[in-house]
Design a protein around this ligand. Structure first.
Ligand code: HGY
Ligand code: MN
Ligand code: MN
Length: 416
């Protein structure tokens, strides 16, 4: 396939302006975003994205999980398209770039092709995957997981948020439940641009992360049940303290992750205490363990040790426990051909680059199961993400989008 000329670049100002425009929707309280999945703010962001796609002459399809597919026709419409995108939903205290850079970077690819009057043999489809974050409704990468056939659509429709609202109902309420059957689309290749969400690229002064692998993940939701009692009058030996149990499990997760350095990670980010009253011993706690590793054997070993540890902790405190796996995917090896297209593009464009393993999960991790897939990463300031202070430079955004542009166009094949 003929490679695009090194002079082919995206419009950096337009990309940056679009990211800033999207950031106005679902503003956070500290400069970031709170545009959680299937909220009104998500719906508003989707409408803005659709207006931009309409203006770029793209044909919009929406599937039964609400994923948006904006198609730029190819010279041969019968060929499977090259897909490019990410997600527009954010964490409750998220940044402006996590996911958004990948969707709007994909839109910028087709906007630039329009400007340059370039036709590609394969169609190109810009994609916004529903509920990548899994913050409001577990699991993460929900819609791409249903698309890849690893999650059950009827099941995830029933998943509830903290207010007891169901995902399927909320998707319908915001008016973005489409009619396309999920997973019917044939994907020739999928590319995702994403901020690194870690410190490696910035620390090493490198422009582009060529993502060869993604680490595996497990989310274990734990419910501990003790007994509510007075914090003043209940003798210590008689307490069945679910809050103490949670504290010991959190420490256990940290210790086990530290046993598998330098790559394994583990933490508890979601914690709920009931009844959460100053002078009542916690009768129930619900929390989610997040463990990850690039090696499946390590992930499984950590999972087993954590389950054993929870049993020991609960026996000692005379409390009950329930463990539900609410999210999981194995470590991912991305497609060598797609990875090469990204590496060659970075080389051709004169950007410094290095291979990197993705620490975070992405829709690409699931789509890699059904189509050749790879990711491009750009640095982010202090490696910070899932924090409203998340920040990148305009230059980093442009370099990532240029590489995405070349990888997509080369794979879709220029025909004139
Ligand atoms: O959790 C993750 O890795 C992703 O940000 N949803
Ligand atoms: Mn993301
Ligand atoms: Mn994220």
């Amino acid at each position: 396939m003929a490679a695009p000329g090194e002079n082919l670049r995206i419009n950096s100002d337009r990309l940056w302006d679009s990211i800033m425009e999207m950031a106005k929707i679902g503003p956070g309280i500290a400069g970031g975003n709170n545009r959680q999945t299937v909220t009104d703010e998500d719906g508003e962001g989707r409408h803005l994205f659709k207006r931009w796609c309409d203006a770029a002459g793209l044909e919009m399809g929406v599937d039964e999980m609400g994923t948006m597919f904006a198609r730029r026709e190819g010279a041969d419409p019968s060929l499977p398209p090259v897909y490019v995108g990410s997600h527009l939903d954010t964490q409750p205290t998220g940044g402006k770039y996590d996911g958004v850079l990948g969707v709007l970077g994909g839109l910028e690819v087709v906007r630039s092709l329009n400007d340059l009057g370039i036709k590609t043999k394969h169609p190109i489809v810009v994609t916004n995957w529903t509920n990548e974050e899994g913050a409001r409704f577990a699991p993460a990468m929900m819609a791409s997981g249903v698309f890849a056939g690893v999650l059950d659509q009827a099941d995830v429709y029933e998943h509830t948020d903290k207010q007891g609202k169901k995902f399927g109902d909320e998707l319908e309420r915001i008016g973005w439940k489409g009619t396309e059957k999920v997973g019917d689309r044939k994907i020739y290749a999928f590319f995702e641009l994403h901020i690194e969400q870690g410190p490696i690229l910035e620390d090493e002064g490198i422009d582009i992360g060529v993502v060869t692998h993604g680490q595996g993940l497990k989310w274990l939701q734990v419910t501990l049940t003790g007994k509510e009692a007075h914090t003043g009058s209940t003798p210590m030996p008689k307490r069945r303290n679910a809050g103490l149990g949670m504290a010991r499990v959190i420490e256990l997760v940290h210790e086990i992750a530290m046993d598998y350095q330098p790559d394994a990670v583990g933490a508890v980010g979601h914690m709920e205490v009931f009844p959460n009253s100053r002078n009542i011993i916690a009768g129930r706690t619900v929390f989610t363990i997040d463990i990850r590793s690039p090696e499946k054997e390590v992930l499984d070993a950590m999972d087993g040790r954590i389950r054993e540890g929870i049993e020991t902790i609960c026996e000692a405190l005379d409390i009950q426990y329930k463990i539900e796996q609410v999210g999981a995917f194995d470590p991912v090896t991305f497609d060598a051909g797609c990875v090469k297209a990204i590496r060659d593009a970075a080389e051709r464009l004169g950007y410094t680059h290095r291979n990197i393993v993705s620490g975070a999960g992405h829709d690409a991790c699931w789509i890699n199961r059904v189509a050749p897939t790879a990711m491009v990463m750009c640095p982010c300031v202090d490696g910070l993400s899932h924090n409203e202070a998340e920040d990148i430079s305009k230059e980093w955004a442009s370099a990532g989008a240029d590489v995405l542009f070349h990888a997509v166009v080369e794979t879709a094949e220029i025909v004139g």
